[in-house]
Ligand binder design. Structure first.
Ligand code: HDD
Length: 698
């Protein structure tokens, strides 16, 4: 029925003003800059992005609304499957610079041309937790570097621990199933302290060396900028004549290694689940670029034959005392990604991405990995063209006759999509400098599902690692085992693990058995090979190797109205002079009026900025504020935690009541705030001597 022109005009929707639209009105209009027109994915300019198309002002929404449907449909598909392991990660761009040529050993250009800078993209990760889990669980950290070399992409996909749990890739799905949340209950998230993990471990003696590392302070790092990285497997370097030398690859942080203490790691999980991501982001934003040395251990087939272990076994490392580390380059991370999803999430690493002059070894774990990663990217990124995503694409020219597939971004020209061909002048061809596998002579063994004989030594290097640690580190390992096994409900699993520890070190077994209140130390399982006493390797320590430095660290100063301005200024100057950054914490975020009457800007409000976030703390208060904050749990905990986490504490007279309320006894790390020099010295390390007086360690 035709409507009369009168009723038609009465029903016609009025053009809405910005405020009626719901776009925040004036503020939205006022935002500076030149804003391009908002369009649909088809380029159609959008007139109203706040209201869907309705049949009448209060009526139903119309299916016709292609703008609404396109927007919602795209949103519905925003998530892709997260990585089955290493789902939670943080990454940054940077460069690798060669400082010493390896020309004698390899033709790989990135390792021969001193001074050449190769762009890199490096992703750090935890292993067990989901993408939204915490940054500070006890876990291995992934350390994956994509080198965009002029001869193609090389991915060095390593960890912060130089060995692995298993010797053969066929065990990887079992290991990962065991450590991830249990399938019937869906917990625990990002934690190895549960029955299925330890059940698997107790039945997998080859994991014992890795367990020592995973229970050590290496698994609770202070910062991603303070972890080492390892390629784990032996690789080969191949020279122009086709001769090969084995290589192990290492990353060593310029800031030195540093870990947290366990109680701190647990509290960090609540205080700042993004602690490591934020730390990396903030360091890069302030121009304090994280840096690592790149080192190699080089050895020949003959050297390897003399090692008291099989270097193809990924549960073994080569002590630096046996084959020294030669530093040949450095990596600097100087740019945070522009977009987390496009870069950090979509980056696809693959140990099979290798360049001419580098080759694989027969390590059975590596061999399995060569298959797994390409396969996982197909399922995760959904197309065989994932190498065309900008973060994955080589930065050198690349061409072949692979074609088509989902999300093909290239538009190849011409008739030729096969090889060999003779119809097109510019079709790609094989080159003499192309990748060639090392012509490894094969040994005479028979085919079979067999492990090499010397892989059976499961305990010698676990013992070497444990015995090489400093006493506090040994206590941390024993305590971590007690903590983890105390979360295991099944008694026989607890006992079986302690049984293995007898082979590692009888004293360790005793400490853990006592920490679990076992009636007796359980029997050791039969060992396929008798553990040997290998020479100790101090290079395996964290505490022993820690640099005494505040560089890249963070100092928190707790102030309130009336705090002495001169003391705060002196402390800040000293801390910044030592390379630390300083954050001011106060009960109110709007600021504190100091003794000089000036308003002090505040970086964090007390309740939301616990001392857990800092490496060392100072507390500077007026007498009035000191008395008031002694009754404030957040302030008392601020000090109690700093003390418990073995941090240096500087305090002035006004802060004394808070110290008293926190039960802090003066020691070498509790220092008068006027002694800023003494404070900085104490802050360069943790107060390890304090620990035995504070908590019962196994
Ligand atoms: Fe793996 C991811 C490191 C053994 C299968 N692995 C992944 C990442 C790192 C490592 C750092 C994250 C990469 C990123 O940031 O995107 N993986 C290691 C190391 C291993 C190791 C150092 C032993 C030495 N991995 C290993 C085995 C297998 C896998 C034995 C399977 C046979 N790893 C994968 C995977 C992942 C992965 C399922 C998950 C997401 C991805 O690959 O891209 O394919």
């Amino acid at each position: 029925m035709a409507r009369s022109s009168k009723s038609n005009s009465a029903n016609r929707p009025q053009r809405s003003s910005p405020d009626q639209k719901g776009n925040g009105g004036e503020l939205h209009q006022r935002a500076g800059g030149t804003h391009p027109p908002l369009t649909t994915n088809q380029g159609i300019p959008v007139g109203d992005n706040q209201n869907s198309l309705r049949a009448t002002p209060r009526g139903p929404t119309l299916l016709e609304d292609f703008i609404l449907r396109e927007k919602i449909t795209h949103f519905d598909h925003e998530r892709i499957p997260e990585r089955i392991v290493h789902a939670r990660g943080s990454a940054a761009h940077g460069y690798f610079e060669l400082t010493k040529s390896l020309k004698k050993y390899t033709t790989a250009r990135l390792l021969t041309d001193v001074g050449e800078r190769t762009p890199v993209f490096t992703r750090f990760s935890t292993v067990a937790g989901g993408a939204g889990s915490i940054d500070t669980p006890r876990d291995v950290r992934g350390f994956a570097v994509k080198f965009y070399t002029q001869e193609g992409n090389w991915d060095l996909v390593g960890n912060n621990i130089p060995v692995f749990f298993i010797q053969d890739a066929i065990k990887f799905p079992d290991l990962v199933h065991a450590v991830k949340m249990e399938p019937d209950r869906g917990f625990p998230q990002a934690a190895s302290a549960h029955d299925t993990f330890w059940d698997f471990i107790s039945l997998t003696p080859e994991s014992m060396h890795m367990i020592m590392w995973a229970m050590s302070d290496r698994a609770i790092p202070r910062s991603l900028r303070m972890i080492e990285g390892f390629g784990v497997h032996s690789f080969r370097l191949v020279d122009a004549k086709g001769e090969s030398t084995f290589a192990k690859f290492h990353w060593r942080p310029k800031l030195g290694l540093q870990s947290t203490v366990w109680d701190e790691a647990v509290k960090l999980a609540g205080a700042d689940p993004d602690f490591h991501r934020r730390d990396l982001f903030e360091a890069i934003q302030r121009g304090d670029y994280p840096e690592w040395e790149f080192g190699v251990q080089l050895f020949t087939e003959e050297d390897a034959a003399r090692f008291p272990f099989d270097h193809l076994d990924p549960t073994k490392l080569i002590p630096e005392e046996l084959v020294p580390l030669t530093v040949v380059g450095r990596m600097v991370l100087d740019r945070w990604p522009d977009n987390f999803f496009a870069e950090t999430e979509q980056v696809a690493f693959c140990p099979a991405n290798i360049v001419p002059g580098i080759d694989f070894s027969n390590d059975p774990l590596l061999q399995g990995r060569l298959f797994s990663y390409l396969d996982t990217q197909l399922s995760r990124l959904g197309s065989p063209n994932f190498h065309q995503i900008p973060i994955n694409a080589p930065k050198c020219p690349f061409a072949n006759v692979q074609r088509d597939g989902h999300m093909q971004m290239h538009v190849p020209k011409g008739r030729v999509n096969y090889d060999p061909s003779s119809l097109q002048a510019d079709s790609p061809r094989e080159t003499v400098s192309g990748f060639r596998s090392y012509a490894q002579p094969s040994d005479d063994g028979a085919k079979g599902r067999i492990r090499a004989e010397r892989f059976a030594d499961h305990y010698s290097q676990a013992r070497q690692f444990y015995r090489s640690q400093t006493p506090p580190e040994q206590a941390h390992i024993a305590s971590a085992l007690v903590f983890e096994l105390s979360k295991v409900e099944t008694t026989h699993v607890r006992e079986a693990v302690v049984g293995h520890l007898r082979h590692v070190d009888p004293d360790l077994a005793k400490r853990v058995a006592s920490g679990l209140a076992l009636d007796a130390i359980p029997p050791a399982p039969p060992a396929a090979m008798k553990p040997q006493d290998l020479p100790l390797s101090p290079a395996l320590q964290v505490i022993g190797k820690m640099k005494a430095t505040l560089a890249g660290r963070q100092v928190g100063i707790l102030v309130d109205d009336g705090s002495d301005a001169a003391t705060i200024k002196a402390l800040r100057k000293a801390a910044e002079g030592a390379g630390a950054s300083v954050k001011i914490v106060a009960p109110k975020i709007g600021g504190a009026t100091l003794s000089n009457g000036r308003k002090q800007a505040v970086d964090g409000q007390l309740a939301g900025t616990p001392s857990i976030l800092f490496d060392a703390v100072a507390i500077v208060l007026s007498d009035t504020a000191g008395k008031a904050l002694a009754k404030e749990a957040a302030a008392v905990d601020w000090l109690r935690d700093a003390f418990g986490h073995l941090k240096a504490i500087a305090f002035d007279g006004g802060a004394r009541p808070v110290l008293q309320a926190a039960g802090i006894a003066k020691d070498a790390g509790v220092i008068d705030a006027t002694d800023s020099k003494g404070f900085i010295k104490a802050a360069q390390t943790r107060q390890w001597n304090r620990e035995p007086r504070l908590r019962t360690l196994a």
